[in-house]
Design a protein around this ligand. Structure first.
Ligand SMILES: Cc1cc2nc3c(=O)[nH]c(=O)nc-3n(C[C@H](O)[C@H](O)[C@H](O)COP(=O)(O)OP(=O)(O)OC[C@H]3O[C@@H](n4cnc5c(N)ncnc54)[C@H](O)[C@@H]3O)c2cc1C
Length: 367
């Protein structure tokens, strides 16, 4: 539970809350790139930047610490939340040489940017690779690579002939890697679509064992899902605070807006869901830190928390009224931001099916 944190985690929560107030909220009107650079610098000083990196705080305190930090920062609804944390190793976490020197170290140092290529167009053959001597020749497409246009490499899922799905590091500046399209999504993030035309990479750029790509990719997505849930819980706290202030303020008649039963019902409903989302998150983070398998619980947290925040922002707009839909109203901005989370890192419907399969076919998953 969020209530039973160690003194260290309580101090981390305080630190994150103060950081958001001091270093992030005052930059709300600054251009995105400039604000992100300032926040990054301040986060390095404050020791938050390294939390997602090996030997950072996360190594000692794990998923719970990351959840506390992300939730607390998001609860302030600050600009450029993503700038606080440094690049994490992701699927490169346990690579040996040469990838450790050529890609992992520069990624962690901020000298190279990585991206993740999993999603493919519906009408294309799956991205496939054939081993040719000590090279892999890859053909295929990836349709939704976040940050891909600025990335130095893509960690891509490739079906390797005779071996199966594998994660392969594909540099974006080599022959045959074609950046087909750049696009933005409603939340403001930017993405790229790539085509691979006889791309030749050294076989040493396969991450881990040949054919072990799916568990690697899903492991990476699993960690990110819990962090999505933490972020969603933070924004839920922010929405609940906003609504509390709004509903305790008087309407035209002088009565508190929250005096109306139907308004109170909606607000209470959101509070119930927020309580449930946070309870799930903290329980799951603790299980993860205890070394338990949380694949199913992480999916459950992500589905529930991202659906809750979607409903909460939508309902809050309804209760606040038309003013909340003016372009720069924080609720209007948040509405745009959170919609993507029910698709990114696994569509809610697909995750539900996976949870069903987890228990019915594999006997995995807790209540
Ligand atoms: C902001 C954002 C960032 C993203 N970043 C990345 C990234 O960095 N790398 C990357 O690889 N991808 C990324 N994606 C893509 C994301 O992973 C996909 O959008 C998501 O997995 C859904 O796949 P899809 O878009 O192909 O839609 P589809 O797979 O066509 O799914 C659309 C809908 O069809 C239904 N459906 C689909 N499959 C099933 C099924 N098996 N069973 C039942 N129902 C089903 C569901 O209702 C689902 O919501 C990102 C997406 C967003 C919005």
């Amino acid at each position: 539970m969020p209530e039973q944190l160690t003194p260290e985690l309580l101090a981390l929560r305080e630190r994150c809350s103060a950081f958001a107030k001091e270093h992030m909220l005052p930059l709300a009107d600054m251009a995105s790139g400039a604000a992100a650079a300032k926040i990054r610098a301040a986060a390095k000083q404050a020791g938050l930047f390294s939390m997602t990196q090996p030997n950072g705080v996360a190594k000692d305190s794990g998923q719970l610490a990351l959840c506390v930090a992300r939730e607390t920062l998001a609860a302030a609804n600050p600009p450029e939340l993503g700038a606080v944390f440094g690049p994490s190793p992701g699927v490169l976490g346990s690579v040996g040489e040469p990838l450790a020197s050529t890609h992992l170290a520069p990624l962690l140092a901020g000298e190279k940017r990585g991206s993740f290529g999993f999603t493919e167009p519906d009408d294309a053959q799956p991205t496939a690779g054939v081993i040719d001597g000590d090279s892999l020749v890859i053909n295929g497409q990836k349709s939704y690579v976040t940050g891909g246009a600025d990335a130095d490499f893509i960690n891509a899922l490739v079906r390797i002939e005779d071996h199966g799905p594998s994660m392969v590091v594909i540099d974006t500046d080599i022959n045959g890697v074609i950046l087909e399209k750049r696009f933005n999504s409603l939340d403001g993030s930017h993405h790229a679509a790539f085509r691979f035309d006889k791309v030749r990479v050294p076989i040493s750029q396969v991450i881990g064992e040949l054919g072990q790509g799916l568990p690697k990719a899903l492991g990476q997505i699993g960690d990110v899902r819990l962090l999505f849930a933490a972020q969603a819980c933070g924004y839920l706290i922010w929405v609940m605070d906003l609504l509390q202030t709004h509903l305790q303020s008087p309407d035209k008649s002088g009565a508190a807006r929250g005096d109306k039963d139907v308004v109170r019902w909606h607000y209470a409903n959101l509070r119930i869901k927020t309580f449930a989302a946070r309870s799930m998150l903290y329980r799951t983070a603790r299980l993860a830190d205890a070394g338990e398998n949380i694949v199913n619980e992480g999916m459950a947290c992500k589905v529930f928390a991202t659906e809750c925040i979607g409903e909460a922002v939508d309902t809050a707009i309804q209760l606040v009224g038309g003013g909340a839909l003016i372009d720069d109203h924080p609720l209007a901005l948040l509405y745009k931001k959170v919609r993507a989370w029910r698709l990114a890192e696994g569509a809610s419907d697909v995750l539900r099916l996976n949870i069903g399969r987890g228990i019915l076919e594999l006997g995995k998953g807790r209540l």
